[in-house]
Design a protein around this ligand. Sequence first.
Ligand code: GTP
Ligand code: MG
Length: 583
Amino acid sequence: MAASLWMCRLRPRGLKGPLKSIDNLCFKSQSKHSSSSVVVKSEIAQRKDQTDTTAERKSFYVLQEERLEQAERSVLINCPPKTNEKKFLKHLSSHGEINTCFFYESFGTYAVVEFSKKESIASLQDGTIIPSIQHEANVPFKSRLVSLKLNNPGDLSSVPSSTQCLRQSAIPINELVQRLSGADTIDQQLYTLTETYQLTEDNVRLRFLVCSLLKDIAAAYFPECTVKLFGSSVNGFGKLGCDLDMFLDLDGISGRNSKKTVGPFTLEYQMKRVSSERAATQKILSVIGECIDQFGPGCVGVQKILNARCPLVRFAHQPSGFQCDLTANNRIAIKSSELLYLYSSLDVRVRALVFTVRCWARAHTITSSIPGAWITNFSLTMMVIFFLQKRDPPIIPTLDQLKGLAGATDKHLIEGHDCTFVSNINRINTTENTETLEQLLKEFFEFYGNFSFSKMSINIRKGKEQSKPDVSPLHIQNPFEQPLNVSKNVNQTQLERFVSLARDSAWILQQDGMRHPLGAGAQPWGLAALLLPSASQTGGKGKKRRKREPASERIKSLLESLKSNKPNSVNGNGKRNFSTQSH
Ligand code: GTP
Ligand code: MG
């Protein structure tokens, strides 16, 4: 749920150096407003640029620590509309130097203000008053979410705002299709899609700030806890508007990391005992969930989903517009986020292909925000990774190869599962593979259009398909908890829709007329054409049909448009020339 309408960035006095790109989490963007004017270099040059900067890349953990520390020096301020930023910043700088500040809108106008020093937060809170209200009462929980009140409204609101507006939510698909139609090559289309959808620097800052605000609530019970982000907010594949996956980490106090004691005695804490780790997690999340519900400013719609395989508390954080999932005792998910982050950082084509496949799947309701028998974004990402491991030469290494490169400090055994792999990206050789994104996208669709899903399982640890151990329609081995299938939820119908759509898309990309701009009318072509909703989904007015027709109206109309422009590669029988290449 990303309700933000626009986002503004300003450069306060005292701001040091240029505004950074979002560290290693995404591309360096030339223009955040970019449309067809996005500057995209050739894929090879761009890949080289990215590869060259890997030397500066930080490990996943260093990055997380830095971001969380930054967030702890930050406050979230609800401002009246048309607040004069200059006066606002002058007022706040009485508490200390301000590093960065940006404004966005989500159920009101908010500012994220990052101070240089943590002491500034204490000073600001010291000068913040408890609101006086008449018919209700305050729950006196002092957080870092505060409101700016105008002592003399007429004074500040008269000054025009000097802020620059930036979007915080993803643009609608029809706008994206238009934008992509203006590109020159399919490769450019994939990069444009990635740049358009990826999380921005500001959005990442806001995500870590919300995580840090949550930590303050949990710290009321567990002062030494940390709350970490995992999932697409940090794994390199986050799209604007994606949910906020958080993990309450109590390792520092749970005894897992306890130090060895010396001397004749050891003191240990007396603690309540419960039947299992799961029961402990449920109890903790139940209490923290209650606390978020009762005392958490801006947290609404709290649901405790404690009987799920991975117990969680779900809620909406209204000031940021984020849908949040808080879990505990979920360290393997952090490792899988780190692994995906590593893959996303290795080669620019990885992110571009994952963003594209996720967007394509969403446009055709192959994925959904509602839990069900559909393929999830996580499963799709694993499928792209597997496909890239299978290229010749491979574009990314297998998990076993990454394990082979691990150093002593990379060894991790979590709940009996081997989660060891290299954390230092600089130890991984770059690939010799120079395939274009256009080739890769087409081959991705062909690969999965022909994959033997009935017999084989996808395994990114080995980079090889293996015999399926059970009868689930889609089997993607969990890389760390190896007996588990990450796509166990997917039913046969959903798998068939995916395969059928992959075949249609491969066929569309084989058509000569689809590989180049169609001319002045800027009709959807290439990737833009692949994102058009299929006729089978839009046919019934108001009712979305989940089942796809074998030869959709969309293909027929595309064919017609091709016939009128360029020769196509449909054979004499009117059948598609679909490649049967097997891998
Ligand atoms: P979005 O759809 O953008 O939110 O992608 P996401 O990767 O954040 O997915 P989601 O929010 O559903 O899950 C968050 C994280 O939990 C994922 O990135 C994985 O690390 C982990 N995860 C999700 N689903 C599974 C699963 O079926 N099995 C395992 N082992 N981990 C999962
Ligand atoms: Mg998520």
